[in-house]
Design a protein around this ligand. Structure first.
Ligand code: NAD
Length: 451
């Protein structure tokens, strides 16, 4: 997505490549056999569809949609569908790759996929959104399916979108048990109550555990910490409530129209009600109005980007005034900004860990649908908590071991490539990526190269 005035490369697919390349020198047996790295990085399947849809004005309008299956090495593709005016094939490729790493990192038996339709939901009626969703689902045909590629909600899509996708797919596959074709469905249609806030809940458990096990010197709980959240949709709004309930002060939140700031802490529930009525948090009484991007620079202890990509860049990373960034959104921080934040001593919990709660609960929903079972909601939440805590520990431990072995990784890298360029110091993003890539590599080699 374009951000004016920034000179760094903001193409998301290029960014995923940079992140991948930073991890390769630390991933055992990857640089020794170069083709494996390419196999793991390149998407398996890219589909682009043209969608004629009858809009309420009586005319047919053309839309473009994408579905990318990045990798099915560890299982069927899994990943959301977003509706956004800036959606494009490179963005969807990047988001699909992140899904592969995320599923491997939290160890759910899926590969990575993602979909997108270029559209602005603010300008589409509910009926128009339904026709667009149905046409997209029909166009994808058997590209999606309970055992091939399983969509879920993402930016500007929700449980209702998934209900339409499920219904359309079911009309095309009568007589089959189709519930597991999508996750994030309404509860009445085989969805899990816990799925709605699962991404935020995952981010919350990761952050809570990160603090409890010494991730931030001198801070071991959320109590009294100042939190800023960019984005007040599914991920951001639930996060605000969960962090507030744990004793944090939510000092600012924003949506696409702007932000609100109250150093004494916002009443999150009330701000949510205000947004439900007016469509935005802007104008919420008693809070200071701030521009949407300005929210990122408000002093706080924890900054949670929960909106869109490329929000923390080389342009503003020097002004971010926080101790910890928790990436609830996908790709909110660029590689150049990663370096600036690290130089400034700001820690960052990367997206593939921080926002993995959504896909973990999606996996539980899929497994429940496959078995035709109904699970208890409290069990789902407890299983999520365990998975997020375990994954947090895995990433922290791996970062420490990568940092400790830096010299030997450098030596092996130089021997394998002939390059004595220093490999970058490993941060939590690289550590998470290394864990994920190695799991994908192991599965790939166990399966072998066919034929
Ligand atoms: P959503 O559509 O429910 O909410 C998005 C929010 O971001 C809205 O409040 C919107 O107003 C705001 N926003 C959009 N553009 C903005 C801008 N330029 N500045 C400030 N705010 C802006 O979407 P969501 O599902 O909450 O997704 C948010 C992020 O979380 C995305 O990056 C998505 O990929 C990621 N994510 C979502 C899930 C999920 O389960 N929903 C899972 C993993 C990751």
């Amino acid at each position: 997505m374009a951000t004016t005035g920034v000179t760094e490369d903001l193409n998301l697919h290029h960014i995923t490549r940079q992140q991948f390349d930073r991890a390769v020198p630390f991933a055992d047996n990857l640089h020794g056999w170069r083709g494996i790295a390419e196999w793991l990085f390149e998407p398996e399947h890219i589909m682009e569809v043209t969608l004629p849809v009858l809009l309420d004005d009586g005319f047919v309008h053309m839309f473009r949609g994408y579905r990318v299956l990045h990798s099915a090495i560890r299982g069927p593709g899994k990943g959301g569908v977003r509706f956004h005016p800036d959606a494009g094939v490179d963005e969807v490729k990047a988001l699909a790759a992140w899904m592969s790493w995320k599923c491997a990192l939290v160890d759910v038996p899926f590969g990575g996929a993602k979909g997108g339709i270029v559209c602005d939901t603010h300008r589409l009626s509910i009926g128009e959104q339904e026709r667009l969703t149905r046409r997209f689902t029909a166009s994808l045909g058997d590209t999606i399916g309970p055992h091939t590629d399983i969509p879920a909600p993402d930016l500007y899509t929700n449980a209702q979108t998934m209900a339409w996708m499920y219904d359309t797919y079911s009309m095309m596959h009568p007589g089959a048990a189709n519930l597991p074709v999508v996750t994030g469905k309404p509860v009445e249609l085989g969805g899990l109550a816990a799925r709605d806030g699962a991404t935020a809940r995952g981010a919350f458990y990761v952050t809570e555990h990160f603090l409890a096990i010494g991730g931030l010197a001198g801070i071991d709980s959320l109590d009294g910490l100042r939190v800023v959240i960019q984005g007040f949709g599914s991920a951001g709004r639930h996060a605000a409530q969960l962090f507030r309930d744990a004793g944090a002060l939510i000092v600012a939140v924003s949506d696409s129209r702007g932000g609100i700031h109250d150093p004494a802490g916002l009443n999150v529930r009330d701000a949510g009600r205000f947004k439900d009525e007016s469509g935005t948090v802007v104008g919420y009484p008693g809070a200071e109005a701030v521009p949407s991007k300005g929210v990122l620079e408000i002093p706080c202890d924890i900054l949670i980007p929960a909106a869109i990509e490329n929000q923390i860049t080389s342009r503003n990373a020097g002004r971010i005034d926080t101790r910890l960034v928790v990436e609830a959104a996908n790709g909110p921080t660029t590689p150049a900004a990663d370096d600036i934040l690290a130089d400034r001593g700001i820690k960052l919990i990367p997206d593939i860990l921080a926002n993995a709660g959504g896909v973990v609960v999606s996996y539980f929903e899929w497994a429940q649908n496959i078995e035709n079972q109904q699970w208890d909601d409290a069990d789902v939440v407890e299983k999520l908590r365990k998975k997020m805590r375990r994954s947090t520990e895995v990433v922290i431990t791996r970062r420490a071991s990568l940092a400790e072995g830096l010299e030997s990784y450098q030596e092996a890298w130089t021997n394998a490539t002939g390059s004595d360029e220093p490999i970058p110091k490993p941060d939590l993003r690289t550590a998470a990526q290394v864990v994920a890539i190695q799991r994908c590599r192991t599965a790939a080699l166990q399966r072998g190269v066919w034929p």
